[in-house]
Design a binder for this molecule. Structure first.
Ligand code: PLP
Length: 282
């Protein structure tokens, strides 16, 4: 297996990072995960542009353009013969003696990328998953895809320990997002999802399905919804790069709607599949 370390391809077993990398010590950096279908990246531009935006928001300049990154990642796919899976990449604020203030801008960011061969979660996409409600105790820069994931991990772990796939986080009465996904509801045929503010990550999968709603006359609104709206929803689904569009059929101990995947979720999955095939082939 080959990985990228600071722009160089190296054997995974030979890859090394410094113990004073600020990503390691502070979580001081940003990351992306891109899906690969048929050996081709899905929505690569959107992910790599978001990477630049995340970097800008924390004053970390990504030293490669979107095009340059695409070339490196395409080579990583080929070198690893990746057909179906994901690419993970991260940029940290580099290596410097541990000290909270940012190091000089002459310190090069630390860049690593690696791949994972992983199938699509077909069973969960068909049958749906359970979710657990969890107060959102994270910070107020959730729009940055930052390496600091402790709040998300605590939410995910609580859900998994309760036998659930995902946590649905809420700030008081307002539902924000999952631990590693966006959350949407369907009520009377209309899709609702939290607007792209500082309280959520503006998911690429979220943007794709909203665009699909727009193009296919499926009513939608980027409007925050409450815990009451959630409990009265006809359908609930999560969306993310790895989970795609996945029905949530039970929240805590209560079934959602009829307790099975609903028609709007299924329609969005079908349209999403077409989008994958258009970009990456069958
Ligand atoms: N929200 C959070 C907190 C995430 O970590 C993720 C992705 O893993 C998402 C939303 C979904 O984003 P995307 O669709 O770009 O994968």
């Amino acid at each position: 297996e080959y990985v990228i370390v600071n722009g160089e391809f190296v054997e995974r077993s030979q890859a090394k990072v410094d113990i004073e990398d600020r990503g390691f010590q502070f979580g001081d950096g940003v990351y992306e995960v891109i899906r690969v279908y048929n050996g081709k990246m899905f929505t690569a531009d959107e992910h790599l542009e978001r990477l630049h935006v995340s970097g800008e928001k924390i004053g970390l300049k990504i030293p490669y353009s979107v095009e340059e990154l695409k070339v490196q990642l395409a080579e990583l796919i080929i070198k690893n013969d990746l057909k179906l899976g994901t690419i993970y990449m991260q940029f940290t604020r580099g290596v410097s003696p541990r000290n909270h203030p940012f190091p000089a801008e002459t310190i090069a960011p630390g860049f690593t990328a690696n791949i994972k061969h992983v199938g699509r979660p077909s069973e969960n996409m068909d049958n749906g998953v359970k979710a657990l409600l969890k107060e959102d105790v994270r910070w107020l820069l959730c729009d940055v895809k930052s390496l600091n994931l402790l709040g998300n991990l605590l939410a995910k772990q609580k859900a998994v320990a309760a036998g659930c796939f995902e946590a649905i986080q809420h700030r008081g009465e307002t539902v924000t997002e999952g631990s590693a996904s966006n959350i949407s509801i369907v009520k009377d045929g209309k899709v609702f999802t939290h607007p792209a503010t500082n309280l959520i990550l503006n998911g690429i999968t979220r943007r794709v399905f909203l665009d699909l709603c727009e193009r296919n006359q499926i009513p939608f609104a980027e409007e925050a919804f409450t815990l009451t709206d959630l409990s009265e929803a006809d359908e609930v689904f999560l969306s993310s790069t790895t989970a795609e569009i996945m029905p949530i059929i039970q929240i805590n101990d209560k079934p959602v709607g009829a307790g099975a995947s609903g028609p709007v979720t299924k329609k969005l999955q079908e349209l999403f599949q077409q989008e994958i095939e258009e970009q990456c082939g069958k």
